[in-house]
Design a protein around this ligand. Sequence first.
Ligand code: FPP
Length: 228
Amino acid sequence: MSVPHHVAIIMDGNGRWAGLRGWSRIKGHKEGVRAVEDILDAAAEAGIQHLSLYAFSTENWKRPSLEVSGLMALLRMYLRMFLPKLRRKGIRFHHLGSLEGLPEGVQRDIRALEESTADHTGMVFHLAVNYGSRLEITQAARRCVEAGLQPDEITEEAIAARLWTAGTPDVDLLIRTSGELRISNFLLWQAAYAEFYITECLWPDFRGPQLREALEAYANRERRFGGI
Ligand code: FPP
């Protein structure tokens, strides 16, 4: 079975999952983190090399402040709790997004987890926090100018090398849970030729078996990259 090198997931549906049970949205996010833990194991076991999860977008600041602060607190708690698992499995942690604008504690925890897993050689776990693709591409363009590149030196490679994903292969499979048919400003450049897999399953219910189903669907796709 052909295994995608890079799987990206838009983790949607935590709020609906909690709402269906009459619970608070933050309880849905908490269960969502349990799904993250399961998916980390299942993805590493499947032989995926890069797993990118969309946890918080540059647009998510518009959510009620209680939800935003709850999400930031959850992030801090789990960034610390993830370390033993990442050590055991040899998973390297990498942040996608802008540190600027994040609470200082979150910035510190992100840097600490990146540093303490830097020598791990297994799967790379990219967590998108304060991430927006348009911002990422705009910054890359700005960096090309700052580096003094001439117009003919501004190539696809030059831009890719200045994205937060520099050095990471393009997305092969993009999964979105809870049925919405949107890309929501996630990895627009990197997912140019990605296969899409949309499932009605709400994120807290997306676990190992659901990931394996998505991988099977991917293995049956014929990828053409614009050819015939
Ligand atoms: C979308 O569901 C989910 C989010 C905006 C947050 C996802 C975050 C997590 C799963 C926690 C990540 C934390 C760590 C430590 C990895 P929604 O709230 O938009 O759901 P809805 O569309 O049903 O309202």
